[in-house]
Design a protein around this ligand. Structure first.
Ligand code: ADP
Ligand code: MG
Length: 629
């Protein structure tokens, strides 16, 4: 899906027209919500002034779920009922996930439900801050118009769909999903440049993601992504934990000299390790003086240099992954036009140094690395709802890069949504059956600009069954193409008299790079004339086949109405026309063949008509006819 930047007639928005838009970073470890106020993006904090909401949910029987710091704290006392890192499971079904299915006393929860709790908390926080919460009488004076929610660039369809479902469950109107690296680039204003290639290095709590984006004409394209779903800030905590665990000394009580740490001690030491790690980002040395629940103690000083040495291997892994992503994008580190650091763990000075060394330039770090994704999402949401500062007349819009259509008889393409249509978009068209008594219809969805299915790209097929048997051409089948704001295409077919329905969802741009799209367009232009001729030929063939079928059926039903001579003539014309259909070379000859067969069947058709009218009249009184016509 290409993002095109289009100019909109600049209507300056008066203050009272300001619509409420929010951006949400739904993170593995922490989530945040941001908005644009007076033209400036800012993160929305909770009552205690905290911006980060830990992505943890605590479930208790007969209680509303609790999200955030409190839930995280319960991990020590009630680990069975606390869900963390649910983002890792998005897009998976419950049967694939034991840990969530086995949620203590409160029963199974799907990742979508757990994420929805986090989103609901963020929504309420935003409503409170933006004056959109219900008043004492429960009346809402303003609503949040829309939200942009970010997802990793590597998220597949199922994961994106699950994210949207969560938002729906949380009562959040989603304007669109946005890739996290693109949001970070927007927050840094990189979309305002003419062009460039940017590297987004994102080290979060549990995951590492690197993305290479290319900007041209206001469009961000993902050139490559890389990452490690099992490498993040938590692993840096663990190296410190291992170090500190080795230095635990017995407490005052003689029975606590076990060499293995208890669960409670482990949890406490983990929390301490994280605290020390974060402190070491801004201090050269940290004095650890920690009493564990059992009474055992750790008393030691850790220097930043020591910590860097312990964790050097982890950092090196991120650099290897970054190099690989550069290679996949076909570029050298020195060719990057900008490097952005995202994620709380990039506060570690060693990370900044390693990235600067690799690229030979200082990474962008002036925005808070925890917040940049949410800030960019808020800026995008603000644009999408139509709040624009004076002079800010650009709107990022997605368009359909290649036409979407379906296969019709004769291997022809019927385009339903033409290329460059802005999305979201929807269009319906009616089709009918080809054969008498046809009860199923194959729907083949294709993408491309060419006239023949064989020259287009096949996106998916499905079958509509249960069409009531009718004569050819009588059934009315409505096919609807719908592309949502994220480029997901759903195609539904519905037989209008019975309401039977079938559908598919596909992602049309999947696997198609700009080059492939360009090639498909060039092909279409180059073949326009030949394609038009082919189309006309195939259309004639379809007409011919339809006539042949109808004639055949008529003969089977009413051969008694035919003279031997007529039957012979019709048979001959049918054979000639079949032959022309088979060779499929000459549209004019086909047209002539159709005319010849039609002429030969004229008398027969008239005789059948008479017979039908006679049968209809038989046994009826004339008065009935008026009302029954
Ligand atoms: P996610 O995107 O996975 O939700 P975040 O971007 O919020 O995660 O990053 C969380 C990680 O950042 C945690 O491992 C946390 O310890 C780490 N972090 C936060 N502040 C600092 C800091 N000052 N120094 C080092 N690491 C930090
Ligand atoms: Mg993140």
């Amino acid at each position: 899906m290409a993002l095109l930047q289009i100019a909109e007639p600049g209507q300056s928005s008066a203050p009272h027209e300001h619509r409420l838009a929010i951006g949400i970073d739904l993170g593995t470890t922490n989530s945040l919500v941001a908005t644009v106020r007076s033209g400036l993006p800012e993160v929305i904090v909770d009552e205690s002034g905290r911006a980060l909401l830990p992505s943890a949910v605590w479930y208790r029987a007969d209680h509303a779920p609790v999200v955030g710091e409190v839930a995280l704290a319960q991990r020590i006392t009630d680990p069975r009922n606390v869900v963390v890192s649910v983002k890792r499971w998005m897009g998976r079904s419950l049967s694939e996930i034991d840990s969530l299915a086995d949620l203590g006393d409160s029963g199974p929860r799907s990742p979508v439900q757990v994420s929805a709790e986090i989103l609901k908390t963020l929504r309420e926080r935003a409503e409170q801050a933006l004056g959109a919460a219900p008043d004492v009488l429960g009346i809402r004076h303003q609503e949040i118009t829309g939200a942009v929610i970010t997802v990793p660039a590597h998220f597949d369809d199922a994961q994106r769909q699950a994210t949207k479902d969560s938002a729906r469950l949380a009562g959040i109107p989603v304007l669109r999903l946005l890739n996290e690296p693109t949001a970070a680039a927007i927050a840094y204003g990189l979309d305002q440049q003419a062009q460039g290639r940017f590297v987004i290095y994102d080290l979060g709590g549990g995951t590492f993601d690197v993305s290479i984006l290319q900007l041209s004409r206001g469009v961000f394209e993902v050139l490559s992504t890389g990452g490690d779903t099992a490498l993040g800030g938590d692993d840096f905590d663990r190296t410190l934990f291992d170090h500190l665990a080795g230095l635990v000394v017995p407490g005052a009580l003689p029975d606590l000299t076990l060499s293995v740490l208890s669960d409670a001690d482990t949890s406490a030491l983990r929390v301490e390790s994280r605290r020390v790690k974060e402190l070491l980002s801004s201090h050269a040395e940290v004095q650890v003086n920690c009493a564990l629940p059992s009474g055992r103690r750790v008393e030691v000083s850790v220097t930043a240099a020591e910590f860097e040495k312990m964790s050097a291997a982890l950092l090196a892994r991120t650099i290897v992954t970054t190099r690989r992503a550069l290679r996949d994008a076909g570029m050298q580190a020195s060719e990057a036009d900008g490097v952005v650091l995202v994620g709380g763990a990039t506060r570690m000075p060693a990370v900044r140094r390693a990235v600067a060394d690799l690229f030979g330039r200082e990474p962008l770090t002036n925005l808070d690395p925890d917040q940049v994704v949410a800030l960019g999402a808020a800026m995008q949401a603000n644009l999408l709802v139509g709040n624009r500062a004076p002079g800010e007349d650009w709107l990022l819009l997605d368009v359909i890069p290649l036409s979407l259509g379906l296969e019709t008889m004769g291997g022809l393409v019927e385009r339903i949504l033409t290329r460059n249509t802005t999305i979201p978009a929807a269009r319906a068209q009616e089709f009918t059956t080809f054969k008498d008594g046809q009860t199923a219809m194959a729907v083949h969805v294709v993408q491309g600009e060419r006239e023949l299915v064989a020259d287009c790209r096949s996106l998916g097929r499905f079958e509509l069954r249960g069409i009531p048997p009718m004569v050819a051409g009588a059934a009315r089948i409505q096919v609807t193409f719908q592309v949502d704001a994220d480029g997901l295409l759903s195609v539904a077919a519905r037989e209008l008299s019975t309401g039977v329905e079938a559908s598919v969802t596909v992602k049309p741009s999947y696997g198609l790079g700009d080059e492939a799209i360009a090639q498909m367009l060039t092909d279409a232009f180059g073949h326009a004339e030949a394609d038009a001729r082919m189309r006309s030929l195939h259309e004639q063939a379809v007409d011919a086949e339809r006539l042949l079928l109808a004639t055949q059926t008529a003969i089977e039903q009413d051969s008694a109405l035919l003279s031997v001579a007529d039957q012979a003539l019709i048979g001959q014309r049918m054979a000639e026309l079949s032959e022309l259909c088979e060779t499929l070379k000459d549209a004019d000859a086909l047209r002539a063949g159709i005319a010849a067969l039609s002429a030969a069947t004229e008398g027969f058709a008239a005789a059948r008509m008479d017979q039908a009218v006679r049968q209809a009249l038989a046994g009826r009184r004339v008065e009935d006819l008026d009302t029954n016509v």
